[in-house]
Design a protein around this ligand. Structure first.
Ligand code: NAD
Length: 516
């Protein structure tokens, strides 16, 4: 154990954390008494219990989906701009309660305050986007081959949207889905991570208030607390038209076939294994800052966390040294304390995955050049803080092909750009990627069809920290889903192609004749 004097000396007490969590949840309007139960939720900040909630059962899932289905009957007839007005009100309430919700994100997911506030800001941003979208759910008009005919497509509400979400974005991912689903005319039933029940109850309480003020049905937004079995029941329910699932590839592998088997629609946002390529022309100051934020931020617990740096042999020593030096200075500790940049891992399992990956990497010839140790272990037995870790690897080995949800950055060398792209693409996941270069042609090649095979391909920024305006998601084992901006809304609606004949004749397409 390493104890650094620059770190916050103490972690908050169990009583303090629980009181802060309850205060923040109640301020958002969460009815904790109504959800009281025997499933204890512990905070990664100090390992103490901060919630005791009841979990739903399979019957609750059936009932929630049925209620949502009934609410859909009316909601789909509400004009989209009026649906947008509810989302607008929700954004106002989120703005008012930004600090409360951010507190819960920090206490349940372990995010530092700035990132927790950023997560709530992302909710507000997607609401703004969805409000505008509520007046822009456009279809196209196409040229018909027949005289006196109009060919067009119209978009209609789809039905009940089921959302299964991960612990590390305990509120933003739900709101990406929910703000867009609501303006598209769909109710939402949400199974949040079992690790973040207070975040879910608080965020949903704010939306329920916006719905109530508008005179709309509370069944339009429901939360089902529980573990994977509650998720499984939601996934299998034929009343769920679209199932949006965010989490590990392991989870997606179970969910995808179940939804496909019942011909439902799924939107899968799964694990990532993201790399940056650093070329000889890169601005190394900028690259270092981009790498440190993406690789060590959120304690390595983002789907877009940078896990691999593929660095040209001419600059690899300098890049490794700069990143390692920055890592040694990172303040690790209580995520709610001012100045902390790296909070805790989620739990013991995450810590074990961290140590196992380091062992595998060193066995494969890797050299740990920064980090690798647990920190603050003497302050709370069941809280897991680690120093972000840089491992110089001789080549891209097996351990680098799996996503370890912890702050480990592997640095590997390359000699020419084609080799760097091959390494970038050689992993089973395909979420995010970036290139640091001042050479325009290298940047263009990386973004071209022969470049990165990921859903997110950046130039001169890191792999994490996407804005809501673009479509978010990735290829291969990341699941292929797209959420948030651009035309991601189409997943939440069904398309009808309409051919309208105003000619008074009945010409058939493709010149077919069928006269009787
Ligand atoms: P997880 O897969 O353990 O759990 C995610 C959610 O799925 C939880 O709500 C869980 O209860 C539920 N679940 C688990 N098994 C299920 C099943 N068989 N059927 C239905 N529901 C089931 O993931 P986690 O540890 O909470 O989150 C970390 C993972 O999520 C990482 O792999 C990360 O990359 C990924 N993630 C991806 C994105 C993205 O947008 N691509 C975003 C955030 C997190």
């Amino acid at each position: 154990m390493t104890h650094r004097t620059s770190q916050p000396a103490l972690l908050p007490s169990a009583e303090d954390l629980r009181a802060r969590a309850e205060r923040a949840a109640r301020a958002c309007g969460a009815d904790l008494a109504a959800h009281e139960g025997d499933h204890e939720g512990r905070s990664p900040v100090n390992g103490a219990t901060i919630s005791s909630v009841a979990w739903s059962g399979a019957a609750d899932v059936r009932e929630a989906v049925a209620r949502a289905g009934e609410a859909f009957g009316t909601w789909r007839t509400v004009p989209a701009p009026a649906r947008g007005a509810v989302v607008k009100r929700f954004a106002e309430l989120l703005t008012e309660h930004k600090a409360d919700l951010a507190t819960l994100v920090s206490l349940e997911a372990g995010k530092i305050t700035s990132e927790a506030l950023g997560e709530v800001q992302e909710m507000i941003d997607i609401c703004d986007y969805a409000v505008g979208l509520s007046r822009q759910l456009y279809g196209r008009t196409m040229a018909s081959e027949r005289p006196g005919h109009r060919l067009m497509e119209t978009w209609h509400p789809l039905g009940v949207v089921g959302v299964v979400s991960a612990f590390n974005f305990p509120v933003a991912v739900w709101s990406w889905n929910t703000a867009v689903a609501l303006v598209c005319g769909d109710p939402v039933v949400w199974k949040p991570s079992e690790r973040t029940p207070l975040c879910a109850l608080a965020a949903n309480a704010l939306l329920l208030r916006a719905l109530e003020e508008g005179g709309y049905d509370a069944a339009l937004s429901q939360v089902l607390l529980g573990g994977p079995d509650v998720g499984e029941a939601l996934v299998a329910d034929p009343g769920v038209a679209l199932l949006s699932a965010t989490g590990s590839t392991r989870m997606g592998r179970q969910v995808g076939p179940v939804v496909a088997e019942r011909f439902g629609r799924s939107l899968l946002e799964l694990g990532g294994n993201n790399a940056a390529v650093v070329t000889p022309s890169a601005d190394l100051d900028l690259a270092t800052r981009g790498i440190v934020f993406s690789a060590a931020g959120t304690a390595g617990q983002r789907c877009t966390t940078m896990r691999r740096a593929i660095v040209h042999t001419s600059v690899i020593d300098e890049v490794t040294d700069r990143v390692a030096a920055a890592y040694r200075r990172l303040p690790v500790g209580d995520p709610t304390a001012e100045g902390t940049l790296v909070g805790p891992l989620l739990d013991r399992q995450s810590y074990e995955a961290f140590t196992t990956a380091i062992e595998k990497a060193t066995a494969a010839g890797g050299q740990v050049v920064a980090g690798g140790e647990r920190e603050l272990a003497g302050l709370a037995e069941d809280a897991y803080y680690v120093r972000p870790t840089v491992i110089r690897m001789p080549s891209q080995t097996e351990v680098m092909h799996t996503e370890t949800f912890a702050p480990i950055l592997y640095v590997v060398p390359y000699d020419d750009l084609a080799e760097a792209i091959e390494l970038n693409n050689a992993v089973p996941q395909g979420l995010s990627s970036s290139i640091f270069t001042q050479d325009q042609s290298e940047a263009e090649i990386f973004c071209s069809p022969v470049g990165s095979d990921c859903g997110i391909v950046n130039v001169n920024i890191g792999t994490s920290g996407a804005e809501i305006g673009g479509a978010f998601g990735g290829e291969k084992e990341t699941g292929g889903g797209r959420e948030s901006g651009s035309d991601a809304w189409r997943a939440y609606m069904r398309r009808a192609t309409n051919t309208v004949n105003f000619s008074g004749e009945l010409p058939l397409a493709q010149g077919v004749t069928f006269d009787v």
